[in-house]
Write a protein that binds this ligand. Structure first.
Ligand SMILES: O=C(O)CCC(=O)C(=O)O
Ligand SMILES: [Fe+2]
Length: 353
């Protein structure tokens, strides 16, 4: 149970260190057996949105924080229902999170979409108008913006988003390797539980305090273009060497977990694949910062305002030109992907200076 005990200087923190509720036994990313809370009633209370000072100091110290009930559960149900109707039965090509390539839906044996969607705000509005709008509204809602203001000390802007249904069991990583603010570690990501997340359905995990540790720069022998596997191994070694401890908070529908760009995270395996793990994630940087990709390239953002928040729309399929690019990517996938890797390699090598 020690993995759930708040740390010594937790004085001001509301989380209850002595609550030992129902536990679920599972393997962590290193293959070690751990116990995780079965449901939110078995876990810490963490914070509600009004406790801005408490949640900010917890986030700064631990590298993550859970805000309970930030999103209205009805809004989560609406997003889920629209996904079922509009996206799930579709055979269209959609950009995916794990590869950044356009792919058709891949389903688990229980019928959940396994290849998570990249950038819901850029989905083709002719094919997925309601999911695009509902998803973008949810991740830019006023209460999310207020929490970001509390964390950043200024408004946030959204640089990237995702939607998951099935569990791809995401490898342990720090987001900063892929994307961040120009000021490393200033990006915050948010993991939105669209349903009560079961412990065996692909629980999201973080390693508290790992945001204080530098794993590796995205370049040379650890570059993403040709050495991604080596980077993934290095993260696991860092976890082992530093003695970080895996924590997989129980999130109920509408709860949101905010985590730092340097916090090591991923999702656990799914011993119970009959459960989905419906969730949005969104990545935000302070509005005054520039966006850094692969720790090498300042990437101009394609901003449009949604609910008064600046939102990046990469490869926005509203536009004919982007639909042409998608068609080329799906017609010549091998050559397009190789070209993309070579460009990325060039960018991360140049950044070696
Ligand atoms: O939920 C997951 O499996 C991974 C999400 C993630 O890595 C992210 O949003 O940065
Ligand atoms: Fe991530």
């Amino acid at each position: 149970m020690t993995e759930f005990a708040p740390l010594d200087d937790a004085g001001a923190i509301k989380a209850d260190p002595f609550r030992v509720g129902q536990r679920y036994t599972i393997k962590d990313p290193l293959g070690k057996t751990i116990e995780i809370p079965e449901a939110a009633v078995d876990d810490f209370d963490y914070f509600d949105a009004a406790e801005e000072e408490g949640l900010r100091s917890y986030y700064e110290r631990e590298g993550y924080v859970v805000v309970r009930g930030l999103i209205d559960p009805d809004e989560c149900d609406r997003a889920h229902a629209i996904f079922e109707r509009e996206v799930k039965p579709s055979d269209s090509f959609i950009y995916r999170q794990a590869t950044a390539n356009p792919e058709r839906n891949v389903y688990t044996r229980y019928g959940f979409v396994l290849n998570s969607i990249l950038n819901v705000q850029s989905l083709d509005p002719r094919r997925f108008p309601d999911f695009r709008k509902t998803g973008a509204d949810l991740i830019t809602s006023n209460r999310v913006q207020a929490t970001l203001r509390a964390l950043f000390g200024e408004p946030g802007k959204l640089v990237q988003s995702m939607y998951f249904e099935g569990n791809p069991a995401t490898w342990a990583h720090q987001d900063t390797y892929y994307l961040d603010s120009e000021h490393i570690g200033a990006m915050t990501a948010a993991w939105f539980a669209v349903e009560d997340i079961k412990p065996g359905g692909g629980r999201f995990y973080i390693y508290p305090r790992s945001h204080l540790y530098d794993v590796a720069k995205n370049s040379g022998v650890y570059d993403i273009a040709f050495n991604h596997a080596r980077y993934k191994d290095l993260v696991k070694r860092a976890i082992e060497d530093q003695g970080f401890e895996c924590r997989a908070p129980a999130l109920s529908k509408g709860d949101v977990l905010f985590f730092n760009a340097k916090t090591i995270h991923g999702s656990l395996e799914s011993p119970d694949p009959q459960y989905s793990r419906r969730s949005f994630t969104a990545h935000y940087i302070p509005d005054s910062h520039r966006f850094l990709q692969h720790q090498s390239t300042i990437k101009p953002l394609k901003l449009k305002s949604i609910n008064g928040m600046n939102v990046n729309h990469p490869k926005d399929l509203t536009y004919f030109s982007n639909r042409v690019i998608l068609a080329v990517e799906t017609t010549f996938p091998k050559s397009f992907q190789l070209a993309k890797r070579l460009v990325t390699k060039a960018a991360t090598s140049l950044s070696l200076g």
